[in-house]
Design a protein around this ligand. Structure first.
Ligand SMILES: NC(=O)c1ccc[n+]([C@@H]2O[C@H](COP(=O)([O-])OP(=O)(O)OC[C@H]3O[C@@H](n4cnc5c(N)ncnc54)[C@H](OP(=O)(O)O)[C@@H]3O)[C@@H](O)[C@H]2O)c1
Length: 256
């Protein structure tokens, strides 16, 4: 079964495509021949990515300014998607933020930002996509990028962990509600991968010590999520919904 070929011609929206994992997912989808819609707030980065993808031979790339935490922005983005091509087939809810801070000192604004982006954002984009699919009488696949922090806890990331635990539960709830409409909702829970969000943390002595506690004793790469993403995006997973695939070098197996 060639999962990449199964994505060819599908239209896929990737939120948070201006850096990190989202940027990589956009390249992966384009390399498979998918029609790629890339969304984020930093549009100059999206435009640069769109140029690169087109140079690599991508069929159709649509770049959209999108703030997932803002309902008006999400509504505008879906209007643009409807005007610029065929309906979406796949949504990757990847946009996310992760301010660190101990609960007693973390500013409330940071807690609110994390929940607004990581949870409200997933809700807004998923419900907008599902409404469109239901109206068009077609199904689709939603992939929420959760985190192993949604399954385990550690000091300094309480708000982030709570937001990702909520994403895991939301994935299951939406899967249950929308299965009858042919809309599948699954999640990927990555372990630690070096991206803009996390790079600074790995370059510290504490970061190095944390890496040693991962059973495989190394960070993951964005490419190591490709198999899970392609499986969930394509009909290869046609009977999977409400599932979460953990990709973490064995980290969740460890109690540290
Ligand atoms: N890297 C890891 O180790 C790791 C592990 C587990 C889970 N994750 C999850 O993977 C996802 C991607 O993280 P990353 O590591 O690739 O981080 P990143 O490099 O910082 O990328 C985050 C992306 O989210 C976008 N974003 C943030 N707020 C947004 C908003 N309000 N509206 C639209 N886009 C927004 C950013 O774009 P703009 O700023 O341009 O809007 C950026 O493109 C996140 O959900 C993260 O929690 C990452």
């Amino acid at each position: 079964m060639n999962l990449g070929a199964m994505l060819s011609g599908q239209r896929i929206l990737i939120t948070g495509a201006s850096s990190g994992l989202g940027n990589h997912f956009a390249r992966l989808a384009a390399s498979c021949g998918a029609q790629v819609v890339i969304g984020a707030r930093r549009t100059s980065r999206l435009e640069a990515l769109a140029v690169e993808l087109q140079a690599l031979g991508a069929q159709q790339v649509t770049s959209i300014e999108l703030d997932v935490a803002c309902q008006a922005s999400v509504t505008r983005a879906f209007a643009t998607i409807a005007e610029t091509g065929k309906p979406l087939d796949v949504l990757v809810n990847n946009a996310g933020i992760g301010h660190e801070g101990l609960a007693l000192t973390q500013p409330l604004e940071q807690f609110d930002d994390i929940i607004a982006t990581n949870l409200r954002g997933v809700w807004l984009v998923a419900t907008e996509a599902a409404r469109a699919w239901k109206a068009q009488g077609q199904g689709g696949s939603i992939i929420n990028i959760a985190s192993i922090q949604g399954e385990r806890v550690m000091p300094g990331v309480a708000a982030y962990s709570a937001s990702k635990a909520a994403v895991v539960h939301l994935t299951k709830s939406l899967a249950l509600e929308w299965a009858r409409h042919g809309i599948r909702v699954n999640a990927i829970a990555p372990g630690y991968i070096s991206t803009e969000m996390t790079q600074a943390a790995w370059d510290t002595p504490q970061g190095a010590a944390l890496i040693k506690r991962i059973p495989m004793q190394r960070l993951g790469t964005p490419q190591e999520l490709d198999g899970a993403l392609l499986l969930l995006a394509t009909p290869a997973s046609s009977w999977m919904t409400g599932s979460m695939i953990t990709v973490d070098g064995g980290h969740l197996l460890s109690s540290l």
